[in-house]
Design a protein. Structure first.
Length: 404
């Protein structure tokens, strides 16, 4: 790859790094990644335009159109460069023209009217049908940036001062000594860390794929990174190898336990009121579908369901509080956590760097003791990265309950 092309690809990635630095919603991320991948694929594998085109729908039409060419097929040998195995079966354009018109000596038995069902009579010329659609896995979109506070970082590390205690007020008697008081402070230090994905693709797939490959890759990368971001923010555990502590495991988040063997209305009340009133006021529930199903069956002391159906454009609610569903919250020791707190103010998602991509056709790696080389196997490797910090700014603003 020459230096000019490398410089142009580098310029493209740098431009996208700047525009992707702030991504409040998943759909923006997907659109930007799609354009980024598309531009780079176009630079690596420019579209080939054929100079030889026959606007006919049948073999008979092709033969008729080529009848005037059979005396001078050499004029068209370079018009359509062979890029598929079908063309290679004939070796060159001249052989193909003579063969399809029944004039090539090596193809004397070839009929003028070829059939798709018979390989010897033209079946090799009919490619296998490939639908321009991928039957793909379906996931719900990541919810985390919609319910948290997104604070982009301009450096890889930064510090927030945070208040730990308030000022204490004392009553004194006449002529009595006053007690001094002051608030105490700590600090929240954010350090951005990188998540990455490497996609290996054959050069042929990038050139000839029937699907819109850049759209497909953009969706896969943005969805996967969004889901991982959501998982770590909610149930991340550094003790299990995660880069950050999520709400469920952050030190200082208020733990709650069920009063009995089954989830009841009082358990939900205890969870909600375990956090202080200022945090409860703007609090919301976050849980997996399994926990929501349990809550939908609960009734208050007057026999009313505590789950309120969505109606007239208003979302559903639990005991008057909004909720969000996350399939990234998995069972812990057989129980599904229910989280409650002020996510919008005190759960920080801090992107340092938007999604960036590096492309290599020369990279290599050892896989199971064998060398996997992009250069030797005609592959293009795309490495996607995103840097961010995920922090529970005020643990006391959250509580959790592990429900059956």
């Amino acid at each position: 790859m020459d230096e000019a092309l490398l410089a142009e690809i580098q310029s493209l990635t740098e431009n996208f790094r700047a525009t992707l630095d702030k991504m409040p919603q998943d759909y923006i991320r997907r659109q930007e990644v799609e354009k980024m991948v598309g531009d780079i694929v176009e630079k690596l594998h420019p579209k080939q335009e054929s100079k030889f085109f026959l606007p006919v729908d049948s073999v008979e039409g092709i033969v008729e159109r080529l009848a005037s060419f059979k005396q001078r097929p050499e004029a068209y040998e370079k018009a359509l460069p062979w890029t598929s195995d079908y063309g290679k079966n004939f070796g060159d354009m001249k052989t193909f023209l003579l063969a399809i018109s029944g004039k090539h000596p090596a193809k004397e038995g070839l009929k003028v009217v070829m059939s798709e069902g018979d390989n010897a009579q033209g079946g090799y010329l009919v490619p296998t049908e490939f639908n321009a659609e991928v039957i793909r896995l379906q996931y719900t979109a990541s919810i985390i940036r919609g319910i948290s506070r997104v604070l982009p970082m301009s450096t890889w590390k930064r510090t927030f001062p945070n208040q730990l205690t308030n000022v204490a007020i004392y009553w004194v008697t006449e002529l009595g000594a006053k007690t001094t008081s002051k608030p105490t402070f700590g600090r929240l230090t954010q350090t951005a860390k990188v998540m990455a994905a490497i996609i290996k693709s054959s050069d042929e797939l990038l050139r000839d794929s029937a699907i819109n490959l850049q759209t497909f890759l953009a969706e896969l990368v943005s969805e996967a990174m969004g889901r991982e971001e959501e998982r770590v923010a909610l149930v991340g555990n550094t003790g299990a190898g995660d880069p950050f502590m999520g709400v469920r495991y952050a030190v200082g988040v208020i733990a709650n336990t069920m009063a009995g063997a089954s989830l009841v209305f009082d358990d939900i009340l205890d969870l909600e009121f375990s956090v202080a009133e200022p945090y409860q006021r703007n609090g919301q529930y976050v849980m997996p579908r399994a926990s929501l199903l349990l809550i939908m069956k609960l009734k208050d002391n007057q026999g009313n369901y505590i789950w309120e159906r969505p109606r007239e454009g208003q979302p559903g609610a639990i005991n008057g509080k909004s909720y969000a569903i996350s399939d990234q919250i998995v069972a812990i020791a057989g129980k599904y956590p229910i989280l409650f707190g002020d996510f919008k103010r005190y759960l920080f998602i801090s992107p340092r760097q938007g999604i960036t991509v590096k492309v290599s056709q020369d990279a290599s790696d050892w896989v199971s003791g064998a060398l996997d080389s992009a250069f030797m196997t005609d592959q293009t490797w795309l490495r996607f990265t995103q840097a961010e910090s995920i922090d529970v700014a005020v643990p006391a603003a959250f509580g959790y309950l592990d429900a059956i």
